[in-house]
Design a binder for this molecule. Structure first.
Ligand code: GLN
Length: 282
């Protein structure tokens, strides 16, 4: 088969599997596995390719057609313009989360200390440290396997980050200028209705926010106030439609100056708040 026919075969299989991005995904897997960019492909598309390569390629395409996200097959996802290694231990970084990362960059004082809770791939912490080398960046996660991925990403981008294995703030004794988190926030029952790529491949631990999706917000809002410096702020990614509920929860837990920022699609995306000073100073 020619290179062109191999690519076409990949596209056809993904189209049959109803992949809405079949052309892009077929090309991404093709260029990864045949180590070819567009210009090389244009020159070689009519040449006969080794059978070996077409077998390797089609094996990947079949996995994609079965629902495996292309990022887990390629092992990477871009976030804030940086490449991150991802495997099935970590959530694939989302462009929505760039709103949280940008807000973090804006609100972090010069030389300030921040903590990224539920760091996953480390995308937020690593991007912030990369863009703001003056910052003291801490990041935590419950799982050691997850932290292995985050550490790898930090090393790759030469980001000096203090990683701690901890159940939210439990094993972190410090105080911070900014605590940020994109915690799991999907209602348990809703997980079954998610797209196969998410439901069957992404880690449940990174998605499941308990019966009402708010379990992690409750815990963070209860504990983060006493771990911030007096002028410190908390930034939380929230699900579309969770703005009012999480704001109310924040107010009940002594947070003030609560703001909700929307993402590019106009959905509630980031909650920002500070602790009432009388609580923060105790
Ligand atoms: N902080 C990581 C991200 O934003 C992981 C979040 C999570 O696992 N819930 O992608």
């Amino acid at each position: 088969m020619t290179y062109r026919e191999i690519l076409q075969q990949g596209e056809d299989l993904l189209q049959k599997a109803e992949d809405p991005d079949c052309k892009t995904d077929a090309w991404l897997l093709f260029s990864y596995c045949l180590r070819m960019d567009r210009a090389q492909y244009m020159c070689m598309m009519q040449d006969i390719a080794p059978d070996f390569l077409s077998f390797v390629y089609m094996a990947l395409v079949r996995k994609k057609a079965g629902g495996c996200p292309v990022q887990y097959l390629l092992g990477t996802q871009s976030f804030m313009g940086l490449d991150f290694f991802v495997n099935e231990d970590v959530l694939i970084p989302r462009s929505d989360t760039e709103v949280l990362a940008e807000q973090t960059l804006r609100q972090l004082p010069r030389g300030g200390r921040m903590l990224d809770l539920c760091t996953g791939s480390g995308c937020i912490a690593v991007a912030v440290k990369h863009l703001r080398p003056d910052a003291q960046v801490w990041a935590s996660d419950l799982s050691e396997d997850v932290l292995t991925v985050a550490r790898l990403n930090a090393d790759y981008h030469q980001a000096d980050i203090c990683f701690v294995q901890s159940d939210l703030l439990e094993d972190i004794p410090e105080r911070f200028d900014l605590i940020v988190s994109n915690p799991p926030y999907i209602e348990t029952a809703e997980i079954e209705d998610l797209a196969v790529q998410v439901r069957d491949y992404e880690p449940r631990m990174a998605l499941d926010g308990g019966a009402d999706g708010l379990a992690y917000y409750r815990r963070i809002l209860r504990t983060a106030g006493s771990r911030l410096h007096p002028k410190g702020r908390l930034l939380l990614e929230i699900g579309c439609g969770q703005g009012q509920t999480v704001s109310a929860l924040a107010a009940e837990n002594g947070w003030t100056d609560i703001e909700i920022q929307k993402d590019l699609a106009g959905c509630d995306r980031v909650l920002s708040a500070k602790m009432r000073s009388e609580i923060c100073n105790v």
